[in-house]
Design a protein around this ligand. Structure first.
Ligand SMILES: Cc1cc2nc3c(=O)[nH]c(=O)nc-3n(C[C@H](O)[C@H](O)[C@H](O)COP(=O)(O)OP(=O)(O)OC[C@H]3O[C@@H](n4cnc5c(N)ncnc54)[C@H](O)[C@@H]3O)c2cc1C
Length: 483
């Protein structure tokens, strides 16, 4: 199944799940209300359901990230959160409210709009918490807040929205008074709590029992370290090349963990697992200071980057790595070498490896037996070269990329592209490949950050799918309101 078809089917399943409470409400017979009131409660049900499903789309469900890829999961998480916000924001303003304040009305009228003090307060509190949560998420990078503090606040705000939103729904929701609807919201809230409990309590406890040990930590180029970890023999991770794991140092606390691509390939005779890590900040600096024998904790594998490299569908493979983005490429080449599949080893493979300075370049010969590949070519590119640099010079802009691809007779229509590195590089390469005519479905990338960044052609496609998906949700809400 192609990635496009899989993404489309997944989106349909997601939208069906989001619409479930609306379906339940349509099976409940209640006296008619003005259609705007009905639309308002339909939007509220959809919005709140999106919020509760978000807990499962935080990137920590291994199966989802393996089947759909971490990018798909997090893009749905980030983009549909905005749809939920819009639906929940308009919801209170659509009810046909009486003209005077609640406290000036008679009991009959108060009953009509149904807003008790609890309903009003819980509704406002959950809405403000949602606005605050999305605002913090959108401004995280430009603000001073640390990643760990942001993650803690994200979790607390999400819990608040779910709990207070649930109280509001049960208190104010007309349909929520009915058995099946109440049961649905209770189940969804329970599942949301379960996902947090699993990630923040159960997993750390399990990890505490499966301590991993540092075997070696070696500097392999400027600021890049190869970390080799011994896994407990009884708890060896079963991973595919290109996947990543969350690493923790010192304690298994879930608040100080960072994701890293695995640079080794799984091996039944060894429990060692390797990472290539660039020292860029607080956490990665600690990694470079690790001592042999020190304990670390690991959670994985996640993601599905690189799966396409092993498919027989494409007979040309172009890998494009920027800096430490070489890590999953090394893993993929190692797995190809391990498998000794003659077809794969004979595949035309072009590896374009860019760095800022020559000192950052990792010697690939130390990592992979390049001779095992019959048709592999490596092109090295450095943007600030010293006088003795032998490879290409410059950045991987559109002109340079086109020159490299055409000089290596890459057929853009039939090649599979794998890209990994800084987000700006990925955006620029994806935009160029799209302009050259490479099908977007043949481009897989792993960004070393979770932000839904600049609008490259793939991101634009996601935004369009989200707009169409949200329009479908709105259309369903209108349909339900009119019937
Ligand atoms: C799927 C994936 C695979 C990755 N693989 C590798 C790899 O193989 N090698 C490598 O060197 N780097 C890899 N990274 C990047 C690595 O996770 C970050 O460089 C590292 O987390 C930076 O943390 P820091 O505290 O050292 O730096 P900081 O300067 O504190 O953080 C730099 C930026 O990294 C991001 N970041 C920080 N902490 C986290 C966190 N806990 N979770 C997610 N993002 C965070 C934030 O956007 C932050 O602004 C990968 C990232 C992702 C998402």
């Amino acid at each position: 199944m192609t990635t496009n078809v899989l993404s489309f089917i997944s989106l349909l399943i997601y939208l069906s799940l989001v619409l479930l409470p609306l379906g339940i409400s349509m099976g409940i017979n209640l006296p008619n209300r003005p259609w705007l009131d009905e639309l308002s409660s339909s939007l509220a049900m959809i919005g709140f359901n999106i919020v509760l499903i978000e807990f499962w789309l935080s990137g920590r469900v291994k199966l989802l990230s393996k089947i759909l890829g971490i990018d798909w999961v997090l893009q749905v998480h980030q983009l549909f959160a905005r749809t939920a916000l819009v639906f929940l924001l308009v919801h209170p303003f659509m009810y046909t409210l009486p003209s005077q304040p609640v406290w000036m009305m008679g009991a009959a009228q108060q009953n009509f709009i149904g807003l008790t003090l609890t309903s009003g307060l819980t509704g406002m509190l959950s809405l403000f918490a949602l606005i605050f949560l999305i605002g913090l998420a959108l401004t995280r990078k430009s603000s001073e807040i640390s990643y760990e503090a942001w993650r803690l606040s994200h979790m607390i705000l999400a819990l608040t929205i779910a709990t207070v939103g649930f109280i509001h729904t049960i208190d104010a929701g007309r349909f929520a008074q009915e058995f099946w609807m109440k049961a649905y919201w209770q189940l969804m809230l329970g599942l949301a709590f379960l996902s947090l409990f699993w990630t923040y309590v159960v997993k750390p406890l399990i990890q505490n029992k499966n301590v991993h040990e540092v075997i070696s930590i070696t500097q392999v180029s400027m600021r890049i370290w190869e970390l080799v970890i011994k896994q407990p023999a009884t708890k060896k991770m079963n991973y595919q090349a290109g996947q990543f794991a969350w690493l923790k140092i010192g304690s298994s606390s879930p608040l100080s963990e960072n994701p890293f691509s695995i640079a080794s390939c799984s091996n039944k005779n060894s429990s060692d697992i390797r990472f290539l890590i660039k020292d860029v900040g607080g956490f990665t600096h600690q990694i470079s200071q690790l001592q042999v024998g020190q304990k670390v904790f690991m959670d994985g594998p996640y993601g599905n980057f690189g799966t396409e490299a092993f498919s027989a569908e494409h007979n040309q493979l172009v890998m494009i790595a920027g800096g430490v983005g070489i890590a999953p490429m090394v893993s993929i080449l190692r797995q190809m070498e391990r498998d000794q599949d003659a077809k794969i080893l004979a595949k035309k493979i072009l590896l374009i490896y860019g760095n800022r300075v020559a000192e950052q370049v990792i010697d690939l010969k130390d990592m992979v037996h390049l001779e095992a590949f019959r048709n592999l070519e490596v092109v090295q590119l450095v943007s600030e070269p010293s006088n003795d640099w032998q490879g290409l010079k410059g950045v991987l802009d559109s002109t340079t990329l086109e020159k490299i691809l055409s000089s290596h007779q890459i057929n853009l229509k039939v090649s599979q592209f794998l890209i990994c590195g800084p987000a700006e590089m990925i955006d620029s390469v994806e935009t160029s490949l799209d302009q050259f005519g490479a099908p977007l479905a043949n481009i897989a990338s792993e960004k070393f950050q979770y932000d839904f960044g600049k609008r490259n052609p793939k991101n634009k496609r996601c935004v369009i799918s989200t707009i169409l998906g949200s329009a479908t949700l709105l259309a369903a809400a209108i349909y339900a309101a009119l019937h």
